[in-house]
Ligand binder design. Structure first.
Ligand SMILES: Nc1ncnc2c1ncn2[C@@H]1O[C@H](COP(=O)(O)OP(=O)(O)O)[C@@H](O)[C@H]1O
Ligand SMILES: [Mg+2]
Length: 627
């Protein structure tokens, strides 16, 4: 069932919606990220310098403890000691300033980068075909913007610089330790080896449980989103307790996953802490023996200091690597969307405004004359009339199930053609194809004799007006919403369109008239009023061809009359495809096509079809249900 056609939330708690695995193509994705970061080359170099300087200050500043003890404290040179302390303080302050500097710069880089990512991702979404949105849920796409962008942001903000800083500190510390005492360093290496084994053991388990946790979050969020979107339906069908049960299940899975993830994460610190104390005790013991022989007390003090410091970066490196891997996986999902096949448009024929010169010659103009023409690549102008033809059109949404099976039909300029048939027969699909929302498998659709494949999509869609059953309004004023039909329309145009659509009257009775602000679903308006706005929107765009898909199906009786009048005025002089429940609204059509399972089984005008005593007759006389 087509999900966009009704509001019933289809359960989508499928397996792994987003896939929170490790990146599949680490190198490729990092390369793409680097394209974004590459814009900040100079800053990044500066960051690297600051990081190295800060690490050097930390490791080097600590080293000064050795001469401090050996040369000043032990001999009792207090004025020298004061000087030395000042130097040390200077170095540490320097290190702190450097850390502050690179952190600032990284914030700047990361925020600009993720803003660029968000911008490109959003722009990309606008260019994707409807087919893409059929296959990807809202929740999935939303999580590209939220979770995935967040992890990328977090990684660039902190992890990236931390990782480099940790590696630099680690290497610097080890170098200093080797310099002070190679034998003691061996003890440290042995301890580090044990720690690494522990880190990777706990780490891989913790990674696995974090992955499971991410997945569980996705499921819970998706469920909340679906159920909130479908609140009305849930209430109508008394599904609240079922919804709560469903939530309880997912919430419980999330709790279990989080508990195990946090358990491993929590185990890491104590285990590492204990290991490092054992290492410390060992080093102390051996160091004391060595010092008794060498007398380098300062050396021992600073070595012990390094011993305590050295395990810290090891810990952090593992953590940061995880965060960075998660970010790369997030970035990969973002790039997946960015690299999705965009809507292909090879159409070269465009829609232009024309004016008529004496002798009936047309000329392109920028002024709104109300007259349009198709401009061919060679510059030739073909007047827009609104002649639409299908010739043996075969179509399938998924490449498997044929939805339209050899449809042929024609609508001459100004004709009203009705499509009737039960739900799922393919009526809406026909209109989707005129709009070229989807590509047909075989056959031809022409518009004023031009294959619609040759018409630029924007132009094609501008020449078509669509009024659907589910009215979508955007947050903004009433006037803004009508102006959606033609962005450059003046206030007068907007009001004229509203009058034509019979919407003017109710709009004037709204608190702020045309300036009344609507929420994003127009919740404060009745279905009928929203529909009137939709009709006004279509009237404003003044299209030669109009598609009305069940436009009057869910209208309250109070507005029904208004809408029908509005519709009639809108339809006058245009080619119209009308799909309607109420056969009374299609009676006066020039031709009625009865569609069943993707095929036209009857065609003719109302009288002819009644005479045939076929399907239409059954529908009309109520012997068959029309959905
Ligand atoms: N976006 C879609 N993706 C896949 N199948 C779809 C989609 N939209 C409609 N269908 C299927 O195509 C068939 C025709 O649907 P539709 O044209 O909406 O019927 P109608 O408007 O006559 O009720 C149905 O079987 C429907 O489930
Ligand atoms: Mg339909």
């Amino acid at each position: 069932m087509a999900e966009h056609e009704n509001n019933v939330p289809a359960p989508r708690h499928g397996p792994n919606r987003g896939g929170y695995q490790k990146p599949k193509d680490l190198r490729g994705t990092v390369g793409k990220l680097m394209n974004y970061l590459g814009r900040y080359k100079l800053q990044l170099i500066l960051v690297a310098i600051c990081i190295l300087a800060s690490a050097a200050c930390n490791v080097g500043g600590a080293y000064l403890l050795r001469p401090l003890i050996n040369d000043y404290i032990l001999p009792g040179d207090f004025s020298g000691l004061a000087k030395m302390l000042a130097v040390m303080a200077g170095i540490f302050i320097m290190g702190a300033l450097m850390s502050f500097a690179y952190a600032r710069i990284m914030v700047h880089i990361s925020q600009n980068t993720v803003a660029a990512l968000r911008r490109d991702l959003f722009a990309k979404l606008q260019g994707l075909p409807l087919k893409y949105f059929d296959a990807h849920t809202h929740g999935e796409l939303m999580s590209r913007f939220t979770n995935d962008i967040d992890t990328v942001s977090e990684a660039i903000n902190n992890s990236f610089a931390s990782l480099i800083s940790c590696v630099a500190t680690f290497v610097g510390t080890i170098a200093m330790m080797l310099y002070i005492s190679p034998p003691l360093t061996l003890v440290t290496f042995a301890a580090l080896a044990v720690m690494l084994a522990a880190v990777s053991g706990i780490g891989s388990r913790s990674r696995r449980s974090f992955t499971a946790q991410q997945k569980a979050i996705g499921t819970v969020n998706g469920y909340i989103e679906e159920m909130t979107e479908g609140q009305k339906v849930i209430k109508v069908f008394n599904h609240e307790s079922a919804a709560i049960d469903g939530f309880r299940e997912r919430n419980e899975a999330y709790r279990q996953a989080s508990t195990s993830a946090q358990t491993f994460a929590g185990a890491m610190m104590p285990v590492m802490g204990n290991l490092s104390y054992i290492n410390y005790a060992f080093t102390c013991m051996i160091g004391a023996i060595l010092t008794i022989r060498s007398g380098d007390l300062g050396g021992l003090a600073i070595f012990l200091q390094y011993t305590r410091q050295v395990s810290q970066p090891v810990n952090q490196i593992a953590q940061q690597v995880n965060t960075i891997l998660a970010a790369v996986a997030g970035a990969e999902r973002i790039f997946e969307v960015m690299e999705a096949e965009p809507e292909v448009d090879l159409g070269k024929v465009t829609l232009v405004r024309v004016k008529y010169l004496p002798g009936g010659v047309q000329e392109e103009t920028a002024i709104d004359t109300g007259a349009w023409a198709w401009k061919q690549p060679d510059g030739a102008l073909i007047p827009v009339k609104g002649d639409v033809r299908f010739d043996h059109v075969v179509f399938s949404y998924d490449g498997k199930k044929t939805v339209l099976n050899g449809i042929s039909l024609f609508a001459k300029p100004g004709q009203k053609i009705a499509l009737v048939g039960s739900t799922g027969a393919g009526k809406t699909t026909i209109t989707n194809l005129i709009n070229r929302f989807y590509e047909i498998e075989s056959g031809v659709i022409t518009y004023d004799g031009i294959n619609i494949r040759d018409i630029e999509k924007d132009s094609l869609r501008r020449s078509l007006g669509v009024v659907l059953q589910d009215t979508h309004l955007f947050s903004g004023t009433v006037a803004d919403n009508i102006r959606y039909g033609r962005l450059d329309a003046t206030d007068e145009d907007v009001e004229a369109a509203a009058q034509l659509a019979n919407a003017d009257h109710f709009i004037r009775h709204l608190p702020q008239g045309y300036q009344t602000v609507l929420s994003s679903d127009g919740g404060s308006l009745s279905q009928g009023e929203r529909q009137l706005l939709n009709i006004a929107r279509a009237a404003l765009s003044n299209p030669p061809v109009l598609i009305l898909d069940e436009a009057t199906s869910s209208i309250d009786t109070r507005t029904e009359k208004l809408i029908e009048q509005g519709m009639d005025q809108l339809m006058a002089g245009r080619t119209v495809f009308v799909i309607a429940h109420r056969l009374s609204t299609v009676r006066n059509s020039r031709a009625i096509l009865v569609l069943e399972q993707g095929e036209i089984i009857e065609r003719g005008d109302h009288e002819e079809l009644l005479d045939q005593k076929g399907r239409y007759y059954q529908l009309y006389t109520g012997q068959a249900e029309l959905a």
